[in-house]
Design a protein around this ligand. Structure first.
Ligand code: ADP
Length: 492
């Protein structure tokens, strides 16, 4: 019988009787056998040890005085070999009772004094059996407990969060590998909250939590490359606080996106402030009355205000659009568009603007169908942006030629915007498609803009698997080209 400690206690207990007196031995076998025990017998210590090696016994009844190997040694052997899994009962004569008592100190459970009545035997064995079952139950419990412990341990160890458990004396009783990693320390005995590398205030916070004065506390801290949010929670046992659980959560990604957002907001604020300040400045000049005799000058300032105001409106429009996009809230309403038609409509929309800037518009479209499934608003965002730029960054008397064709391999619609404007150097074009990027030079300084037009146009085009390229030469002009896939009409 192999004894698996996790097994439940077997119904029939196996008993080994070791006695060199055959009568004794067989008598015990008979009585125990009749009472439901499975009994094996050994005629002495040597055989007993062999049998113990060969199998598991729940109980062993061992005579103290046996030749060669006596009951002491057998008890000892059992204790060493089987731990306390086999319950030993010593059988001894009255003369050796003291020795028997001594044996119980060395691991035997009980003793039985010869001669004894069957009832005595059964009563001692019954007690031993209860002991035996207790041991088994206990073992089972320990195994389960160990199982649970190692399960919770491995759960805690595999957590993405760092976990530290502190006792009431602020000693570290648990530190999982993540926490070790974030804190850059190794778990070792004697570690306290002071060794964790937090600021001095940390222990005070823990104190507050441990004493029940404060509930949960949050601390944010930079640890190497990581931004860690630390949450200190009381560990409540029954009614009382028994310790503190410290959870370390890595919020580096959130932190970075928060930083990006902050940067974006400050950039936007900056962009809004310039034109607004200019408008207010012009209005103040007009309102303080010093220009009352110069209606032309007043008019000029009002026109400038209008143009800055328009730019502001454009910026706000771009921002709203960006925000909607980023929040994934922009719903596209897709329809089959004729790009030639779209471009014609857009050109007539910017006509007034072009006339004021003294830029001549023209449109060239190849013969053929240019049907493209898209959101009309998206197409306006791309094409109108490029048209406005072609007019804004032009010169009086210049031209803007919009042309539409299919690439030679037939797979792209190509829309190009060729202006005869100020152009750009290689250097100036480097970051052209980035948010808020504007070329700053003597010629662009007076031209209002947001620096969001091209980045938005590019983003939108890429949503349709399209792209935008640019060629430019200072003082000659720029050509922006939009390529949209011609084959597939079902994207977006
Ligand atoms: P903006 O609102 O400033 O026009 P865009 O993103 O549309 O923003 O353009 C970014 C910058 O690229 C502009 O500030 C301008 O310097 C340059 N740019 C754009 N289009 C042209 C063009 N057709 N000719 C010359 N420069 C241009």
């Amino acid at each position: 019988m192999k004894g698996d400690p996790a097994d439940s206690v077997p119904e029939v207990l196996s008993v080994l009787v070791a006695d060199d007196e055959e009568g004794m031995r067989e008598g015990m076998r008979r009585i125990l056998g009749r009472n439901g025990y499975r009994v094996d017998v050994a005629d002495g210590g040597v055989q007993a040890i062999e049998m113990i090696d060969a199998g598991h016994y729940d109980l062993a009844l061992v005579d103290l005085r046996m030749p060669e190997i006596d009951g002491f040694e057998v008890t000892d052997y059992i204790a060493r070999r089987a731990g306390n899994k086999t319950v030993v009962v010593i059988v001894s004569a009255l003369a050796t009772v003291e020795a028997a008592v001594e044996t119980t100190r060395k691991g035997a459970f009980d003793f039985l004094v010869k001669p004894f009545a069957p009832a005595d035997l059964l009563s001692v064995v019954g007690r031993a059996e209860r002991q035996c079952r207790l041991i088994r139950e206990h073992e089972k419990y320990l195994v389960e407990l160990d199982g649970e412990r190692s399960l919770s341990r491995s759960l805690i160890n595999s957590m993405r969060e760092g976990v530290i458990v502190l006792n009431l004396r602020q000693e570290v009783v648990l530190l999982n590998p993540r926490a070790e990693f974030y804190l850059g320390i190794r778990s070792r005995p004697g570690l306290t909250s002071h060794d964790l590398g937090f600021d001095a205030g940390f222990s005070d916070l823990v104190d507050g939590v441990l004493s029940g004065e404060t509930g949960e506390r949050l601390v944010e801290k930079e640890m190497g490359q990581h931004h860690i949010r630390t949450r200190i929670t009381p560990y409540v046992r029954g009614e009382e606080v028994g310790g503190a659980i410290v959870l370390l959560h890595d919020f580096t990604d959130e932190w970075h996106s928060q930083q990006d957002k902050n940067r974006f907001v400050s950039m936007v604020a900056h962009e809004l402030r310039g034109p607004l300040a200019a408008i207010l400045n012009y209005l103040n000049l007009i309102l303080d009355g010093s220009l009352d005799d110069e209606p032309d000058r007043v008019r000029e300032l009002l026109e400038r205000s209008r143009s800055r105001g328009e730019a502001l409106l454009e910026l706000v429009g771009d921002l709203l659009f960006l925000n909607k996009r980023n929040a994934g809230r922009a719903e596209k309403s897709l329809e089959k568009l004729d790009l030639a038609q779209v471009l014609r409509e857009e050109l007539s929309f910017v006509e007034g603007h072009a006339a004021r800037a003294e830029v001549t518009l023209s449109f060239e479209a190849e013969e053929g169908m240019f049907s493209f499934v898209a959101d009309r608003g998206d197409m306006d965002r791309v094409f109108l942006n490029l048209m406005f730029n072609g007019i804004k960054y032009n010169r009086p008397g210049g031209t803007l030629v919009v042309s539409l064709r299919r690439t030679d391999d037939g797979s792209w619609f190509e829309v190009s915007f060729r202006d005869s404007g100020i152009g750009m150097t290689e250097e100036e074009m480097k970051n052209l498609f980035e948010d808020f990027f504007r070329v700053i030079n003597s010629r662009t300084r007076t031209i209002p803009g947001t620096g969001l037009g091209l980045s938005t146009a590019k983003r939108v085009a890429s949503e349709y698997n399209g792209r935008i390229t640019v060629e430019s030469e200072p003082d000659v002009g720029s050509t922006f080209t939009v390529l949209l896939p011609a084959g597939d009409e079902s994207h977006g």
